[in-house]
Design a protein around this ligand. Structure first.
Ligand code: UDP
Ligand code: MG
Length: 205
């Protein structure tokens, strides 16, 4: 079965969110009638996230669930980037697994891709976080927009859709994720790199 869409969700200590997340994605994508792979990346969780994920059905209609476990916590970006390399769909969607992104938005993003856009970035318009998080990120977004000249309002929003060939192109000349630490350091963060060996458990399931 050729995969039309890959949805990548990093999970770190999300044991209570795994099943609702799965069900939300399933309900959002099944009506699309496309061959979709949902990739749950357990980023070295210390709780029962992975055990919960193992309890989920591997297939539902044209939705196929793939589970990946990173041996150590590699951080959201590393976990996401690592799995993007393994996605098989022509279109990728990345989103958070803590239910802060709504899978029902996915069709909107796919529509934009179908219109010819290569990258669709979410904007958390009605963000549910505390102001102490919202205000710094607002400032950071302004700065990033100013430095890069890309008027993205919400760089921190994980809900994004990409055309795979564009991502491969990005990887060719310098790995997109390196851009993110650079931006983080510009807004005062200290950046370090963690290399985590991947343990892909598909072959054992
Ligand atoms: N996450 C991860 N590794 C980490 C931290 C977070 O895979 O070290 C996952 C987390 O489970 C969630 C997503 O990345 O699905 C976003 O994390 P978080 O909610 O902490 O980020 P924020 O919403 O503050 O941007
Ligand atoms: Mg979150």
């Amino acid at each position: 079965m050729s995969v039309e869409l890959s949805i990548i969700v990093p999970l770190y200590n999300e044991e209570d969110n795994v099943r609702p997340m799965y069900e939300a994605v399933r309900d959002a994508v099944l009506p699309l009638g496309r061959a979709v792979e949902l990739i749950f990346v357990d980023d070295g969780s210390r709780d029962a996230t992975f055990a919960r994920a193992l309890e989920l059905p591997r297939h539902a209609g044209r939705l196929h669930l793939r589970l990946v476990k990173l041996r150590r916590n590699a951080g959201q970006t590393a976990a996401m980037v690592a799995r993007i390399d393994h996605a098989r769909g022509a279109v990728l969607v990345t989103m958070d697994g803590d239910l802060q992104n709504d899978p029902r938005d996915i069709p909107l993003f796919l529509d934009k891709i179908a219109e010819g856009h290569d990258l669709v970035v979410g904007w958390r318009h009605e963000r549910k976080d505390h102001w102490s998080r919202v205000l710094p990120s607002m400032a950071a977004n302004r700065l990033i927009a100013w430095v890069t000249g890309v008027p993205i309002r919400d760089n921190g929003c994980s809900l994004k859709a990409y055309r795979l060939d564009v991502l491969q192109h990005v990887n060719l000349y310098g790995e997109l994720h390196r851009f993110i630490p650079a931006l983080a350091s510009q807004v005062g963060g200290t950046v370090t790199e963690v290399i985590s060996p991947l343990v892909d458990i598909r072959s054992r399931l």
